[in-house]
Design a protein around this ligand. Structure first.
Ligand SMILES: Nc1nc2c(ncn2[C@@H]2O[C@H](COP(=O)(O)OP(=O)(O)OP(=O)(O)O)[C@@H](O)[C@H]2O)c(=O)[nH]1
Ligand SMILES: [Mg+2]
Length: 216
C-alpha cells in the first residue's frame, strides 16, 4: 500500500490553463486594437444570423473577422463570408465548446492588424462555452424565444458568466404567445445588473440599441 498519493484537481488544472491562455489572447487582441466578442448560445438560437446582421450594419465602419466554431461544417463561416467578411473556421470534432488555445492556434497565421472587430461564434451549446473564457472583451449569450420559457431558470451559471444577454427572435413572440418580459425578469433575478437586449436578427428590431451598447 502506498503512502504517496497525489491528488490532482483536474477541473482546477483544466480551467486554470484555459484562463492563462485567455489572458495571453486578451493581450494579443489588445495589442492589435481589436474589439472582440464571443457569441454563445444553444443550437439554433440565431448566433450566425445575429453576426450576419451586425456585419451588414457595421461593414462600412470596421474591417471584420469572424471565427466560426462548429463541430463539423463550414456552413456558418460560409454564410458570414457571403457578406464579404473574412472568416476562420474551427472544427472542434467532438468538443462542445471553443477554448482559448484553439482560438489562438486558429489565428496563428492571420494578420490581426488588418481588422478592428472580431466576432467569435462559439459551438451551439448553452452550458460548456460559458466556462471557457477566450480572452475577448465581452461574452454575449444569445437566447431565443423558440427555446421555451425556462432557459434562464435552468442555466443560471451561463447567465452569470456572460457579460450581456441577447433575447433573439422577438418577431415570433406573438405567434408563440411568448412573454419576453418574463424572460427578461428571469435574467434580472440571476443578475440584476446584466444588460439584456430584445432583438430580431431577422427584422433588425433592437439591433441599433445593441450596437450602441457594444460601443460599435
Ligand atoms: N424568425 C426569426 N428567425 C430567426 C431569427 N434569428 C435566426 N432565425 C432563424 O433561426 C434558424 C437558426 O439560425 P442560426 O443563425 O443558424 O442559429 P445558430 O445559433 O447560429 O445555430 P447553430 O450555429 O447551428 O447553433 C435559422 O433558420 C434562422 O433564419 C430571428 O430573429 N427571427
Ligand atoms: Mg450558427
Amino acid at each position: 500500500m502506498t503512502d504517496k498519493t497525489v491528488s490532482i484537481d483536474i477541473r482546477k488544472d483544466l480551467f486554470g490553463a484555459n484562463e492563462a491562455a485567455a489572458s495571453i489572447n486578451a493581450d494579443i487582441f489588445r495589442k492589435h486594437g481589436l474589439k472582440t466578442f464571443d457569441i454563445m448560445g444553444s443550437v439554433g438560437t440565431g448566433k450566425t444570423l445575429l453576426i450576419e446582421s451586425l456585419c451588414i450594419r457595421l461593414a462600412g465602419k470596421y474591417r471584420i473577422l469572424m471565427v466560426a466554431g462548429d463541430l463539423a461544417t463550414t456552413i456558418d463561416a460560409d454564410r458570414v463570408a457571403s457578406h464579404g467578411v473574412d472568416t476562420v473556421q474551427i472544427n472542434t470534432g467532438t468538443a462542445c465548446h471553443l477554448d482559448a488555445r484553439m482560438v489562438r492556434y486558429a489565428l496563428r497565421e492571420i494578420d490581426l492588424g488588418k481588422y478592428q472587430l472580431m466576432f467569435i461564434e462559439n459551438v451551439g451549446n448553452l452550458i460548456c462555452p460559458a466556462g471557457y473564457p477566450l480572452g475577448v472583451d465581452k461574452k454575449i449569450v444569445v437566447l431565443s424565444i423558440t427555446e421555451g420559457p425556462y432557459m434562464v431558470k435552468k442555466h443560471p451559471l451561463t447567465i452569470k458568466r456572460s457579460d450581456m444577454v441577447v433575447i433573439n427572435k422577438i418577431d415570433l413572440a406573438d405567434v408563440l404567445e411568448f412573454d419576453v418580459d418574463a424572460l427578461v425578469n428571469d435574467v434580472r433575478e440571476v443578475d440584476a445588473k446584466l444588460q439584456v437586449f430584445k432583438v430580431s436578427s431577422k427584422t433588425g428590431d433592437g439591433l441599433d440599441e445593441l450596437i450602441d451598447a457594444l460601443e460599435l
